[in-house]
Structures are given as C-alpha cells and as structure tokens.
Design a protein around this ligand. Structure first.
Ligand SMILES: *[C@@H]1O[C@H](CO)[C@@H](O)[C@H](O)[C@H]1NC(C)=O
Ligand SMILES: *[C@@H]1O[C@H](CO)[C@@H](O)[C@H](O)[C@H]1NC(C)=O
Length: 457
C-alpha cells in the first residue's frame, strides 16, 4: 500500500519534471548564451590578432562562391560580380567548455564584436572602399569562427577583344590581407576552385570555371612573404546575339555590293547602290566601335568590316570606270584588236555574256534605215515614172539622182559602223562588269568563310 503510493508520487514527480523540462531548457539556453557572451567579451579586444603566441601565424581559410555575373564592362575593363565570401579562422580567446554553459555549442553574434581578418580584393576597380557587409559570424565552442558575407565586387579585368564576338575572357579576383604578412595571417584555399553551383546564368557570358591559385609574393624590401589567393574566372561570350545583329546583316549587305556590277548601266543606279552599301556598313561599324574599348588590337569583326568596306569602295570605283567605257560614244576610237580577242571573244564565253541586249537593239536600227532607203528609192521612181508599159514599178533610177543615192548609202554605212563601235564598247563594259561581279562575289564569300573560321583563337 505504501509502496504503491510512493510509486504514484514518483510518477507525478517525473511527469511534472518532463512537462517542465522544455521550458526550463529554453530558458537556460537563453540565459546561458547571455552569460557566455558576457564572459567571452569581458576582456576581449576585437582589435588584436587572436593568437596565443604573437610569433605564430593565424590560418584563415577563404572560400568564394560566385552567385552572379552582374556586368562585364568591356569599355571600362571592369567586371561586376556578386560573390559570397566565406572566411574561417580560429580565435583562441573565444573558446568555452560547453558543459559549463548547458551544452551550448554554437552562438551567432555580430561580426563587429570579434576580430576579423582584413582580406580585401586587390584588383578592385571601385571608388568606394567599403568591405564586405557586417553580417553575423558563427562561433563554435572550439573557437572556430565562420563568417559568410555577400559582396558586390567591381574588379579590374584586362579584356582582350581581338576575337570579338567569339572571344573568351579571363578575369582575376585576387584576395589578400591588406596589412598582415604571411607570418601573421596565412590564407588557405577552402577548395581548389570557386563554387559555381549557385550561379545565376548570365545572358551574355557562359562561365567555364573559376580555378584558384595561391601566390606568395616576396617583396624586395622585407623578408616576409605576402600570400594572396587568385581566382581566375573563365568566361566565354555567347555570340549568337552578335551573329544575328552584327554579322548576318553585314553578310547580306556585303553580298549586295557585287550585284551593282550586274545592274544595267542605263538605269543610272550603279554608283548609288555602292554608296548606299558603304553607308550601311559604316553604321554597323560605328555600333561595334561604340561598345568596345578603343584598343590597339582591332577586333575580328572590325577587320571584317574594314575589309568589306574596302571591297565595296573598290567595286564602286571600278563601276565608275566601267560606266565610262560603256558610254564611249561615236567619237571614241574603235576597240583595240587585243581587247576584241581577249574580252569579246574569250571572256564573254567564259562568263556567259549573251547577246541579249545587242540582238534587241541592232535589227530595229538597221530596219529603220532600210525602210528609209526604200522610201527614198520609191520616191525617186514615183517622181520619174518608167516609160515602159510595166505594171510593177521598175528600179530605174535617173542618172542625176545617183550621187544622192551614193551619199545616202555612205551615210548608212557610216552609221552602221558607228553603231557597231558603240555596241562593241558596250559589250566590253558588259563583259568586264560580269568578270568583276564574279571576282567580288568570290572575295566576299571567302571573307565570310574566313571570319567564321577565324573565330577559333
Ligand atoms: C596553419 O596551417 C598550416 C598548414 O596547413 C599548419 O601547419 C599550421 O599548424 C596551422 N596553424 C595553426 C595555428 O593552426
Ligand atoms: C591571373 O592570375 C593568374 C594566376 O595567378 C596569372 O597566371 C595570370 O597572369 C593573371 N592574369 C592577369 C591578366 O593578370
């Protein structure tokens, strides 16, 4: 009976203890954390390097995660990136026995309360010198401090645009302590490369890795080493945007230029087509020049524009010369014999220049002349009718009309001769037009191939 009551009492006691336990624990942790912080900070100074022996070095582990490439400014040679920087080190003054504080292992406190390594980005291109954000640090009872801080960095980056828009860039991010040398604060790499798993894809740049190396620099002045960690961001430009907007229109416009040779000379548009093409190319070249740094090395696309523009200028100039040949009038000398053999006989066959124009024009010309001659003869027979009884008009011409007739024949022959000469010059111009059209087509085609092949650096 007694034992039973005892048991009941115990049960109630255990139950009440169990029910109260969580509350007690929470209260205790809050209270202990407060006590711990007071104890830790009692005679702590965040100004001094937290080592037992001032001769020994403090190891800081650095790990950088690339979160986003915000902008690559080629013109100002600057990379703006959003980084998460994690630094881990041991603070000998911030340790505690977790048993004394109810098993408390980890506390989070503002980073401004503890000593922090003064790691900075050496190749910073920014004018404001604020460091990483003042986020909290995670403090373990072993004295290990982990400090995660986000940072938007503007770093200088040597941009080489020789292969634009098929270029790839390497941007260095060098971190090191600003005041401590390697014997005081030694930096270690957390991993062999920067983290890219949380990277937000950039529309223009593809990230191909971020390997890290540790460099130790010895300056001539002092025996102390100065370590730094350099992350090299490997970027490859996504070129499809530039292919669509800068290269393809230029290809198309450039292929229009040789067609200027095919345009009939009498349309009077041959030269203006060349000049229009030239102006359109200039607009594209200016667009490229505006977005790239004014560097010594001309980018690939700039070279293509310059070559194309030179070619279009040459074709326009040639067109002007050929137009002169085309409009060689009646006063011109006859086509030299070699030109007749070479151009009219050989080249016209090679370039398939058919006599379409000539056959259209020449018969009608001679027809009208024939008609006129016929009319004259008819007139002559009408004025002096034949004496015979024939019904048909006979071709008897009175002798006083003969000189006139001879003159008319002579005129006719001369006219035909001149017509032939003009036609020959026109044909020379046409063959030359066709010849240059093919030459320029081939050249523009080769150049377009070259720029596509030449992208591989
Ligand atoms: C720092 O790191 C080096 C090499 O990893 C090690 O030899 C040294 O003991 C470390 N120092 C401290 C204080 O942990
Ligand atoms: C970037 O850093 C690497 C490793 O330290 C170095 O080899 C390379 O020359 C650096 N590049 C530039 C452009 O400074």
């Amino acid at each position: 009976m007694r034992t039973v009551r005892m048991h009941g009492c115990l049960e109630i006691l255990v139950l009440t203890t169990l029910m109260m336990l969580p509350e007690v624990c929470l209260c205790a942790e809050g209270r202990f954390a407060q006590k711990l912080l007071n104890d830790l900070m009692e005679d702590y100074s965040s100004a001094l390097r937290p080592v037992d022996d001032t001769e020994s070095s403090l190891n800081v582990t650095l790990q950088v995660t690339l979160s986003q490439i915000k902008d690559m400014d080629e013109r100002n040679q600057m990379l703006i990136a959003y980084l998460w920087i994690r630094q881990t080190w041991h603070d000998t003054h911030l340790r505690w026995r977790k048993e004394d504080y109810d098993g408390l292992e980890v506390i989070r406190i503002p980073s401004s309360l503890v000593w922090r390594p003064d790691l900075v980005l050496y190749n910073k291109a920014d004018d404001d010198f604020s460091g990483p954000a003042d986020t909290n640090v995670v403090l373990r009872y072993t004295g290990e401090i982990t400090w995660d801080a986000p940072a938007i960095t503007k770093s200088s980056c040597v941009v080489d645009v020789s292969y634009f828009p098929f270029d790839s860039q390497q941007c260095n991010l060098t971190f090191g302590s600003w005041t401590y040398n390697g014997n005081q604060v030694d930096i270690h790499m957390g991993m062999a490369s920067g983290e890219l798993s949380d990277l937000v894809e950039n529309v223009e740049w593809e990230c191909h890795g971020m390997p890290a190396v540790k460099n130790v620099i010895m300056y001539g002045c002092c025996p102390d080493p100065y370590p730094d960690i350099t992350y090299t961001l490997l970027l490859q430009r996504r070129s499809s945007f530039y292919i669509c907007n800068l290269l393809l229109p230029c290809f198309l416009i450039a292929f229009l230029a040789p067609l200027g040779f095919y345009l009939p000379a009498d349309s009077g548009e041959k030269v203006s087509l060349g000049v229009t093409v030239l102006l359109a190319l200039t607009v594209f070249q200016m667009m490229v020049a505006e977005s790239l740094p004014p560097s010594e090395s001309v980018p690939l696309i700039g070279k293509y524009y310059i070559a194309t523009m030179t070619m279009v200028t040459a074709s326009t100039a040639l067109t002007i010369f050929i137009m002169n040949i085309h409009f060689c009038g009646a006063e011109a000398k006859p086509v030299p014999h070699w030109a007749k053999v070479l151009i009219i006989d050989c080249m016209s066959k090679i370039f398939f220049v058919y006599e379409v124009g000539e056959s259209c024009v020449s018969p009608s010309d001679s027809d009208t002349l024939h008609e006129k001659l016929h009319e004259t003869l008819h007139e002559a027979t009408r004025l002096h009718p034949c004496t015979g009884p024939q019904v048909e008009p006979c071709l008897y011409c009175p002798p006083e009309l003969l000189p006139n007739l001879e003159f008319i024949t002579h005129c006719f022959r001369e006219q035909r001769e001149t017509g032939r000469k003009v036609k020959e010059w026109k044909k020379v111009a046409k063959v030359m037009d066709r010849f240059f059209m093919w030459i320029f087509f081939i050249m523009i085609f080769l150049m377009s191939i070259l720029i596509i092949i030449g992208k591989a650096p």
